[in-house]
Design a protein around this ligand. Structure first.
Ligand code: PEP
Ligand code: MN
Length: 264
């Protein structure tokens, strides 16, 4: 179903009328984690002011340590909804557990993110395949392109064809940065599948200063959009502080991207 052969012209996925996979690139931005109502309000203002049309934020966080902040859960979804609605920004948030799917539907999450660590959680993939919501499917930490395509096929097989691939860097021998952004995967996926491909330069590099270079490389290579972490005050972020852009840095990035693609 996800193969390019079935739709040679490529698919555009609409999120509350906003196209992903068309002429224009879409930049989804927001904090790694939802922290407080105030933090989300300021973040939503910054996302809208930069010209981004969708917002991200995690309420359920897949953390390496069980003692690290795990996300606010349902309370976080409430903050997120309230903040994003002020600017009519569709919301993107990660689903880790099938038992929360009904709650995500109740809160009218616009795009469900399947995180890198769950790319091959086949039961989760089957469940989101049964709903009628766009899914961002992040690439697994060490997943091959073929494994990633087959993970998407699990979702599509259930009837949900609204799938957006997200390259977020892969594990290699390199330790100088968080992950290696696999730019090569972008044209390969665009050739293999009709579905949109976006890139997360934040989790790829792991440092805010790397984000503009990686974002530009991704767009130049044909990415349909970006998922970028931004925090009103990165130093105080509860999660992924090093890689969060400031609101001003997000604004500058949007200007830079505007020179190589239709970004706003
Ligand atoms: C995230 O986007 O917040 C996240 C946890 O990303 P990944 O699953 O790519 O590590
Ligand atoms: Mn993060």
């Amino acid at each position: 179903i996800v193969s390019r052969d079935s739709h040679p012209q490529g698919s555009v996925i609409k999120v509350r009328g906003i196209p992903i996979g068309g002429e224009q690139i879409q930049v989804i931005s927001g904090p790694c984690s939802i922290e407080t109502q105030d933090q989300m309000n300021v973040a939503a203002d910054a996302v809208a002011a930069a010209g981004c049309r969708m917002m991200r934020g995690g309420a359920f966080k897949p953390r390496t340590s069980p003692y690290a902040f795990q996300g606010l859960g349902v309370e976080g979804l409430e903050y997120f909804q309230r903040a994003a609605e002020r600017h009519k920004l569709p919301i993107v948030t990660e689903l880790m557990d099938v038992r929360m799917l009904d709650t995500f539907m109740e809160y009218d999450v616009d795009v469900i993110q399947i995180g890198a660590r769950n790319m091959q959680n086949f039961d989760l993939l089957k469940e989101v395949g049964r709903v009628n919501k766009p899914i961002i499917l992040k690439r697994g930490l060490s997943a091959t392109v073929n494994e990633w395509l087959m993970a998407a096929e699990y979702i599509a097989a259930g009837g949900n064809h609204n799938i957006i691939f997200c390259e977020r860097g892969i594990r290699t021998f390199e330790t100088a940065y968080r992950n290696v952004l696999d730019v090569t995967a972008i044209p390969v996926l665009k050739r293999e599948t009709h579905l949109p491909v976006i890139v997360d330069p934040s989790h790829a590099g792991g440092k805010a200063w790397m984000v503009p270079a990686l974002a530009q490389a991704a767009v130049a290579a044909g990415a349909d959009g970006l998922l970028v972490e931004m925090h009103p005050n990165p130093c105080d972020a509860w999660c992924d502080a090093d890689q969060a852009l400031t609101p001003d840095e997000l604004k500058s990035l949007m200007v830079t991207l505007g020179a190589i693609a239709k970004a706003v």
